[in-house]
Design a binder for this molecule. Structure first.
Ligand SMILES: [Fe+2]
Ligand SMILES: [Fe+2]
Length: 461
């Protein structure tokens, strides 16, 4: 019985995972648990549910295999042309199309973090096929996502560094739905043996260069944010020799020679459509609302701040602690700060007393707000005001600093060495693979294992 016939015979009550809003906890369980006996059934059930959803989406993939490579190339030609139009508009003085301000861009980087932090995960389960040359394209795609064990090129590490640079808080503000694509990627990675056609199809969809990636890179750089993570994917996912090309080739190479080819292709097409589930990058970008982000940020801060202020300053008769005693009062507090002239909207924030309390050495509230939170307040106060000297555009790669070497005394590295000790090359491969998992590969021992895996793979074949 194929995965899909099993899926189709299942009743609708299986919509459990998303209906109860447990995507985030599912994502974390899959990422953090080390117990395959728990993970595999969880991943399977989740995937079955998601595939049912994907079946409702339009099916765009050509069934004529001789047309597939062309179709992929045509997609990238279309994207390149649309991007050229975009650049032309911008050069002619047109406004940014994605990010209204820097806070908006940071909001986006945070919202897509659950997906970016498991980049490549859908291919993890294919590692056991390292001896089979038909899997070479998919495996080299996975190993490139891992930077081939070089921390400066590991996609997950690059994204983590980007988040850290802008003080984007971990996860509190990320809604459940935004874990969906990451959860799908993890589930595919842990069920690859059963869902090979779906993995191939998902990969084909994910590795095609989207227009939004190009526009994001352009506008991030303009806002003074390092676009390396995005520009890196422009080059690496290209349709001529990059991941998109390998993705299309893999469909042809892994198609069964005998047996039900139509069923295989139907499942590839279904896996492809998994990419369309959840909120896409554009929808996330469009969902940003500066006023409500400012208010929900203040609401997250409120429990910590409501007893911390002196009663010295009063706004419209109330102390700050009184204003902070309930969330309904937050809009009123902002209005009171404006009325008293502590916030002067649509001007340089430096002119606002409230901003001076937050920013700069010696500011009374220095350290209270994270860089992202400050950016929200800054851009909210600035409103229509435009600085005379806008942020200097950032060139790709400027943030990749030299890595501090990890000492051999690192406990995970010691454990890895001990586990490999005395094993033959072939015996080492499964030990190494565990360290190439989505949760581990970005750790120092995971990076070491990735480099060792690549060396051994080429020497053993
Ligand atoms: Fe990537
Ligand atoms: Fe890629």
């Amino acid at each position: 019985m194929t995965a899909l016939t099993r899926l189709e015979s299942r009743p609708a009550r299986e919509h459990l995972m998303t209906a109860t809003g447990g995507v985030k906890s599912f994502y974390e369980q899959l990422l953090l648990s080390d117990d395959d006996a728990i993970k595999t059934p969880l991943a399977r059930r989740f995937l079955q549910e998601q595939l049912q959803q994907a079946a409702q989406l339009p099916d765009e993939l050509p069934r004529d295999l001789s047309a597939l490579q062309n179709w992929v190339e045509q997609h990238s030609v279309d994207v390149a042309r649309q991007y050229a139009d975009y650049v032309q508009q911008r050069k002619a003085g047109g406004a940014r199309q994605f990010f209204s301000n820097k806070a908006h861009a940071l909001f986006f980087l945070q919202a897509v973090a659950p997906t970016k932090l498991v980049d490549g995960a859908w291919l993890y389960g294919l590692l056991p096929h390292w001896k089979d040359p038909r899997f070479d394209g998919l495996l080299s795609t996975y190993l490139e996502e891992l930077g081939e064990g070089n921390p400066a090129q590991n996609h997950v590490l690059i994204y983590r560094k980007l988040l850290a640079e802008h003080g984007l808080p971990d996860t509190a503000a990320i809604t459940d739905e935004r874990y969906l694509q990451g959860a799908i990627q993890l589930a595919l990675g842990y069920c690859a043996q059963e869902y090979l056609p779906e993995v191939i199809g998902y990969n084909l969809g994910y590795e095609q260069l989207p227009l939004h990636l190009l526009i994001s890179a352009y506008e991030l750089s303009e806002l003074g944010i390092d676009p390396l993570y995005f520009t890196l994917h422009v080059t690496i996912d290209n349709a001529s020799i990059g991941h998109a090309h390998k993705a299309a080739q893999s469909v042809l190479q892994l198609l069964p020679v005998e047996g039900d080819r139509d069923d295989f292709l139907r499942r590839v097409a279904l896996g492809y459509r998994l990419n369309g589930l959840g909120q896409g990058s554009r929808a996330i970008i469009e969902s940003f609302d500066l006023d409500s982000e400012v208010l929900s940020m203040l609401e997250r801060k409120r429990p910590f701040g409501q007893h911390m202020h002196s009663d010295y300053s009063r706004f419209e008769g109330k102390t700050v602690n009184q204003w902070l005693s309930s969330s309904e009062q937050l809009p009123g507090l902002l209005a009171a700060l404006e009325n008293k002239g502590w916030i002067k909207r649509h001007q340089d924030p430096q002119a606002s007393r409230f901003w001076q309390l937050i920013d700069g050495p010696g500011a009374a509230m220095f350290g209270v707000f994270s860089p992202y939170e400050k950016q929200l307040l800054h851009d909210w106060i600035a409103g229509d005001w435009k600085p005379e000297h806008p942020a200097v555009a950032v060139r790709r790669g400027s943030s990749v600093a030299a890595e501090t070497p990890v000492p051999d005394s690192d406990p995970d590295i010691q454990r890895l060495h001990a586990a490999l000790n005395g094993l033959s090359g072939h015996e080492q491969m499964p030990v190494l693979m565990r360290w190439l998992s989505p949760h581990r590969h970005a750790h120092p021992a995971g990076l070491l294992a990735t480099r060792r895996f690549i060396e051994l793979k080429s020497s053993l074949l």
